[in-house]
Design a protein around this ligand. Structure first.
Ligand code: AVJ
Ligand code: FE
Length: 434
């Protein structure tokens, strides 16, 4: 790097452009893998909760067109007539199969046409431009994270379809005996949210100081073995543990165990991407709703952590282990295997407090509603976060085995309805100091 480059800010942004281009290529390879199936599988509705896979595929391209090509590149709409079809607010997921969607071949062609132009916009972009969509390549981070989020959604659809395939059984580290270890977090002020993480969403901002009384938080997420004890103890039928609306929901829907579990005699089995296997005792439980997590916590004499408690337990840096990008020894992310790793598998991913597996494995339900932080400012559009604020959605933290490393961090906030179980979600418990 010459001094002139440094003055012009060229060195950083050039490296940044290369990184963005590489990440765009990687996420697209991922999307195409998940949609590498017969047309029939792509256009069908596997669950009323989900879009047909071909909708997600064209939607990521349409989002990229709206934000990178039109908004930043000033390029005329390529196919203005399809915008409505891929606007997530126009038609509910269950109605999407009956829309005149692009077919699989057309969708692939459309998104690749968009992508070619996106790379041209990237080439010409000045990533040092103070405009907030351009600065630091924000708009590229926006579409990149968006596509990874939809890839995770597509994985949930594939899991619901119970079709075999796509189980990538990569090796994961061994677990360590966990017991029911808790970590004490002393009372005090910490910084929640961020002003500095370049691609953070509006809902992660601004950074703000928050005092929390001392509390205990589980060192690991709750395991299948621990959750089975709740089930075997009749936990699902005991109203003492449940919020009334949770009990009612479970009863009405015949919910007696996590989604995808069935009992055969004394053994619990689960279906994972079309394969049946015994439920592994030492993995974090997944496919439980917020109501189930909340009931379990009460049964265990604990409660769910607030999202502030969850974030404070991370220790105040980009990730629990520091600011280095997630590596395979720190967290189970990015679909290395199609499952959570056993508890205790990531001592090197521990936070300074010693809390483990905060990032990766399973999204963790928290006790908090999805609400704006004090001083929240909407950017760049209301339909990402703002329209979801209120007492409707519960916050999930930390990402799952299906979440890509670029789409999660200490401050990242996800949210869903408290009844949802198709997402790769589990939880850990907390309790207040006596
Ligand atoms: C952040 C996962 C709740 O998938 O509903 C995707 C992300 N926003 N497209 C979702 C999102 C627009 C969102 N979640
Ligand atoms: Fe979307």
């Amino acid at each position: 790097m010459t001094d002139l480059d440094a003055v012009l800010g060229n060195a950083g942004p050039t490296g940044l452009k290369e990184r963005i281009a590489a990440e765009l290529e990687a996420v697209r390879a991922r999307s195409l893998t998940y949609t590498d199936a017969d047309d029939d599988v792509l256009v069908r509705q596997h669950s009323p909760l989900m879009s047909p896979l071909v909708w997600d595929l064209a939607h990521v391209g349409n989002y990229e067109e709206l934000w990178v090509l039109r908004e930043v590149g000033g390029i005329e709409p390529l196919r203005p007539e399809i915008d409505d079809l891929y606007d997530a607010f126009k038609y509910p997921r269950k109605d999407r199969p009956s829309l005149p969607l692009l077919g699989p071949a057309e969708a692939r062609k459309y998104i690749s046409g968009v992508r070619g132009r996106v790379l041209d916009v990237l080439d010409l972009a000045d990533l040092t431009d103070p405009d907030p969509l351009r600065s630091g390549g924000y708009v590229f981070g926006l579409v990149l994270q968006h596509e990874h989020q939809h890839d995770e959604t597509m994985l949930a659809t594939l899991q619901l379809s119970r079709r075999p395939g796509l189980v990538r059984d990569g090796a994961l580290p061994q677990g360590r005996p966990a017991g029911d270890s808790e970590v004490h977090i002393p009372a005090g002020v910490f910084t929640m949210g961020t002003d500095t993480v370049a691609w953070a969403y509006d809902n992660e901002r601004p950074a703000h100081r928050l005092y929390l009384p001392g509390y205990w938080i589980d060192r690991h997420p709750v395991t299948n073995a621990a959750y089975m004890e709740f089930v075997e103890d009749g936990g699902y039928r005991d109203p003492r543990w449940w919020l009334p609306q949770g009990r009612e929901w479970a009863e009405r829907n015949g919910v007696e165990a996590p989604l995808f579990w069935t009992r055969d005699g004394d053994t619990w089995w689960r279906v994972r991407f079309g394969r049946e296997e015994p439920v592994p005792p030492d993995e974090p439980v997944q496919h439980v709703s917020w109501y189930e997590a909340d009931a379990y916590a009460r049964w265990a004499g604990k409660r769910l952590p607030t999202e502030a408690e969850w974030e404070k337990a991370c220790g105040g840096r980009g990730y629990p282990w520091g600011d280095a990008d997630p590596g395979p020894g720190q967290a189970n992310l990015g679909h290395r295997a199609a499952r959570p790793a056993p508890v205790g598998a990531y001592p090197d991913g521990a936070s300074p407090y010693g809390v483990e597996q905060l990032i990766g494995d399973v999204w963790e339900w928290t006790d908090s509603w999805f609400q704006p932080y004090p001083g929240y400012r909407c950017f760049p559009y209301e339909e990402y976060s703002k329209v979801f604020f209120g007492e409707t959605y519960r916050v999930l933290r930390g990402g799952s085995w299906a979440t890509h490393p670029s789409a999660v961090r200490t401050t990242f906030r996800n949210w869903d309805y408290p009844i949802r179980r198709q997402i790769f979600a589990g939880f850990r418990c907390a309790r207040s100091e006596e």
